[in-house]
Ligand binder design. Sequence first.
Ligand code: UTP
Length: 299
Amino acid sequence: MKAIIPAAGLGTRFLPATKCTPKELLPVLDKPVIQYVVEEALEPSGVDEVVIVNSHEKPQMEAYFSPDPKFEDYLRAHGKDALAQKVHQAGELPVSFVYQDEPRGLGHAVWCAAQKVGDQPFLVLLGDYFVPDRQMCVRMQEVSQQHGGASVIAVAPVPADQVSRYGIIAGECVGSYGDSGATGEQEGAVWRVTGLVEKPAPEDAPSRLFIVGRYLLSPRIMDLLATQGKGAGGEIQLTDSMERLLEEEQMYALVVDPDEGCDTGTPAAWAATNARLALRDPQMAAAFKEALGDEVKLG
Ligand code: UTP
């Protein structure tokens, strides 16, 4: 199975930092955001390659995942073996690149990787959000297996006045993940999806469940994306083709806790993600708290 990471966007919410540095390469602790996403993508069984959809304006991304033996030799020669190993690991990951000529929307970005995925189901992981324990896509795979290999998306409840920022599902709860017994909007509930709408007005939203940024999709979606017209915001929307897919195939949604993952798409979200992970990191937590001093009382 392949996993696609769309990462060709402009990152406008993070300007001016993203003027010269792709937002996917911004660091969280000592690694770029996208490396967390790649490592998460490789966790589900059967993922053998991660396809990053990149922009020609962001050549640094491909450079980051390329081997750099000369630099590794330099680090080893200076007694920095552990750092050389980290540099080596980034160049060893099974990552390949396709290019989106301009940011025409998430649907178009996914379609750019069509030849790579061929006729197999595939995962899509947004490039500015990652799940540290890497288990969300694993659970989605299990739900898919329980429903004959159907497409599965991760969703989570959002306050009613914020639905217009997201892709929202319509559907009904049909069960739960594992033995959680979850129902409705509870974490672990499984819904059969009957409709999808991108950025609805609150009065038009069919539910409060938004798509979190993790998709396990049938390859048929690529045929539909090939003919998909522009939707909300003048962009080619993945949700519009998923809506068309529903006319032919079943689709399920797994309710997750969005805080299980870390957003890095805005300066505030990125700062919070760094703080959360620094506090969890045994080697960093003490120094981080000390550096903050009395500015905040951290538990
Ligand atoms: P976002 O909308 O969060 O990213 O898309 P963006 O457009 O870069 O950011 P803002 O809104 O301007 O701040 C989610 C993911 O989809 C990718 C982005 O790179 C991001 O990782 N994307 C989006 C593409 O690859 N191509 C597109 O045309 C749009």
